[in-house]
Design a binder for this molecule. Structure first.
Ligand SMILES: NC(=O)c1ccc[n+]([C@@H]2O[C@H](COP(=O)([O-])OP(=O)(O)OC[C@H]3O[C@@H](n4cnc5c(N)ncnc54)[C@H](O)[C@@H]3O)[C@@H](O)[C@H]2O)c1
Length: 155
């Protein structure tokens, strides 16, 4: 049975995605910092889907809490990334918060994904359109990191 990790699973989109995956028979590991979103869906998934569903309170801005989740949860096949700050007005008033949560947080997550050898990710973050250049740089850095690692491994 395939195991999928969903970030932002307490949120609007993440909770729906989690439910659909569970219904289709996937195992789901939910990750959320519980800052926003709703508690009820996770409780319901837990009672309905039992051992197929687990959730962890972890923050993308705290690499040690992420590392803990990835070391507890082995054999993850894919990551669906929905954790984000995504209020348009707030992002205009406090862009630093959005850069930190959406760009740096995503970078931390991707670092952990690479370290765990996971090759499948769905990245669903409309809010990052605002930081197009940063995202582009981020993806370039990740490709570069992968290439460096491959080169080192072949040496
Ligand atoms: N809602 C929409 O109509 C819509 C449409 C297209 C794209 N999106 C994108 O989907 C993503 C999720 O949107 P949403 O509407 O579900 O938002 P939401 O605010 O309902 O959910 C986001 C979830 O992420 C969690 N979270 C935020 N920062 C975190 C962090 N650092 N670590 C761990 N968890 C964190 C929050 O606690 C929350 O549960 C966003 O990137 C958004 O841009 C949303």
């Amino acid at each position: 049975m395939k195991k999928v990790l969903v970030t932002g699973a307490r949120g609007y989109i993440g909770a729906v995605a989690t439910y659909l995956l569970l219904q289709k028979g996937y195992k789901v590991v939910a990750v959320d910092n519980f800052f926003t979103g709703y508690r009820e869906p996770l409780k319901k998934f837990e009672s309905k889907f039992k051992s197929k569903f687990k959730y962890h309170q972890a923050d993308l801005n705290d690499p040690s809490s992420l590392k803990k989740v990835f070391s507890l949860e082995e054999n993850i096949d894919a990551v669906l990334h929905y954790a984000a700050s995504c209020l348009v007005n707030e992002s205009m008033e406090n862009p630093q918060k959005y850069f930190q949560n959406n760009v740096v947080g995503t970078h931390n997550l991707l670092t952990q994904i690479i370290e765990s050898g996971i090759n499948n990710i769905v990245f669903h973050q409309r809010a990052l359109c605002m930081a197009k250049q940063s995202t582009f740089q981020l993806m370039r850095n990740i490709r570069l990191t992968r290439r460096i690692r491959t080169d080192l491994a072949s040496e």
